[in-house]
Write a protein that binds this ligand. Sequence first.
Ligand code: HEM
Ligand code: HEM
Length: 220
Amino acid sequence: MAHENISQVIESSPFIQKHSALLRIWHWVTFLILSGSMITVLIISTMLNPRANIALVQNQLKGKGVAVSEEQAFAVSHEYEDKMWEVHKLLGFGLAFLLASRLLIELVQPREEKIRSRIKNAIILFKLNDKNKVEYRHYVYVKRMYLLFYLILLLMALTGLGLAFGRELGFPRQIHNLLKTVHSLFQYFMYAFVFLHLCGVIIAENSKIKGIVSGMINGN
Ligand code: HEM
Ligand code: HEM
């Protein structure tokens, strides 16, 4: 490895990196839309859970002198759940669009800001084998985790779009169920990423890498 190449990597401060304006805008819009998407799932599985709301519908109608069966009450509570799924679907289209934009941003980013260069530079630092080896190894993991996040987002978007347009595309029942299973399984990777990412940036900000969060706002 050329000597100047290594010193270039170190000089540009390995942990505090430049972020283009496009990437920063992308990051915060994605933060908002993905949080919204996760909140819709949270609301549906708690407040709008149609089974849990059967008794509520029955009691409200009973107070007005109307007795309805569980099945009839379910038809009403289910409608509210469906309304929220509509919101989830719209936010999901937003996420699919954001993912496509991220790909385009990657193509126009300065070379040193591309994910590939970032991972490559992280590996160069790790191979230096100096006293910061443990931190450099962690840094390689962090950069790879972003790549994994994009892959999981791609899977969520593809399965989500499959669920949204499956009927029009003539998908059989088994495919629909498979998409549903994969989509709902991979949601947990999203939660895990967001949790680890938040812990990671907070820990970094409070230790050696001060300014990492404001860097995602002002670009460093
Ligand atoms: C990336 C773009 C996404 C799209 C296009 C999308 C779209 C959809 C659609 C159309 C449904 C079916 C709703 C219905 O039953 O009417 C669905 C269900 C669901 N989505 Fe998404 N979604 C996306 C991202 C996400 C994310 C980020 C999460 C959570 C982290 C998530 C969690 C879920 C869950 C838990 C279900 C219910 C699956 C089931 O019925 O078992 N989705 N999504
Ligand atoms: C839904 C929530 C979030 C998602 C999905 C998310 C996603 C991402 C992704 C994919 C990257 C890598 C960008 C790239 O270089 O390609 C990133 C970087 C970053 N994010 Fe987030 N983010 C979220 C929330 C946050 C929040 C709330 C903060 C601040 C408190 C934050 C601070 C940062 C910082 C400082 C970086 C750069 C870290 C580095 O240089 O390694 N993120 N985020």
